[in-house]
Design a protein around this ligand. Structure first.
Ligand SMILES: [Zn+2]
Ligand SMILES: [Zn+2]
Length: 284
């Protein structure tokens, strides 16, 4: 039985395992293929590819971009990207600068609200990775203000919470183009996380028209029913479906590596379709 996981995070973004430790865990868990999809960064990919060779796990180089759609924000997965592609790395650099700027603003707001943490504390928590709200949450926990990342997000950091600050994001169409230019395949991440999912599904044919390759049906937080509905919709429009656990190590301890909807395993067809789509994109 082949086991896969196409959606995971390492310490290059907001996961707690280094890329190498993540690949090692994947091997120990019996996964034969692993997609590394850190938020807005490709910094973990080279290490993951090397570890994949050492531990015998096929690594799919990926990314998870934060983008804007017509009525809000969403996550877009890019698979089989050339992670050294100039257009991609330049776009990521812009996102990184805006994220750093945003961290400073969030900390100023958090301080105003009476929580005493410093930017240096946050940077220390991610010496070589992307720094974001999960690190701010961990600094707040270390200072004794909250018990969990979730509590810090609910009370302060989530969208509409007291210290939420918006930031620059790529537009969906633009992000799909960047992924395609880098040789990759673009997939809408975790549709079920959105309260506006029905509106988004209405727009799906339009998004597919401008190049979206598929959606992530086999996502850990989806029900089996939603998974099956989403798979059907994807196939109906001639697009693909993918799946993953959104593993983050200790930052999301409830997400287990290799596990999809209701604890099920992720359909190996996800990887087959992803590969076929990548080959079609590259040959056209
Ligand atoms: Zn996401
Ligand atoms: Zn993710």
């Amino acid at each position: 039985m082949i086991k896969i996981d196409l959606h995971t995070h390492s310490s290059a973004s907001d996961g707690t395992l280094s890329p190498r430790s993540l690949v090692k865990l994947a091997a120990e868990t019996g996964l034969s293929a692993l997609g590394l999809t850190d938020h807005d960064t490709v910094d973990g990919i080279d290490e993951a590819l090397q570890a994949g060779k050492d531990f015998g796990v096929e690594i799919i180089p990926g990314i998870e971009l934060s983008v804007n759609w017509e009525e809000g924000s969403m996550h877009l997965l890019g698979y089989y990207i050339d992670h050294h592609h100039l257009g991609l790395t330049e776009a990521l650099q812009t996102c990184k600068l805006s994220r750093e700027n945003r961290n400073e603003k969030i900390i100023a707001r958090v301080n105003e609200l009476g929580y005493s943490i410093k930017l240096e504390d946050i940077l220390k928590l991610s010496p070589d990775g992307t720094c974001g709200r999960a690190h701010i949450a961990n600094a707040l926990i270390q200072s004794g203000y909250f018990k969990s990342v979730k509590e810090a997000f609910d009370k302060l950091l989530d969208y509409r919470a007291a210290a939420y600050i918006d930031r620059y994001r790529l537009q969906l169409e633009e992000a799909i183009q960047i992924i395609h230019d880098a040789g990759g395949v673009a997939v809408w991440a975790h549709p079920g996380n959105h309260s506006k999912i029905n509106r988004m599904l209405e727009l799906l044919p339009t998004w597919i028209d401008f190049g979206l390759d598929g959606l992530e049906s086999d996502y850990c937080d989806h029900s089996i029913k939603l998974r099956d509905d989403l798979r059907k919709q994807a196939l109906q429009y001639g697009s693909i479906y993918t799946g993953g656990s959104d593993f983050h190590g200790l930052n999301k301890p409830e997400n287990s590596l290799g596990r999809g909807p209701e604890g099920s395993e992720i359909d190996v067809n996800c990887l087959r379709m992803l590969k076929e789509r990548m080959e079609e994109r590259r040959s056209s």
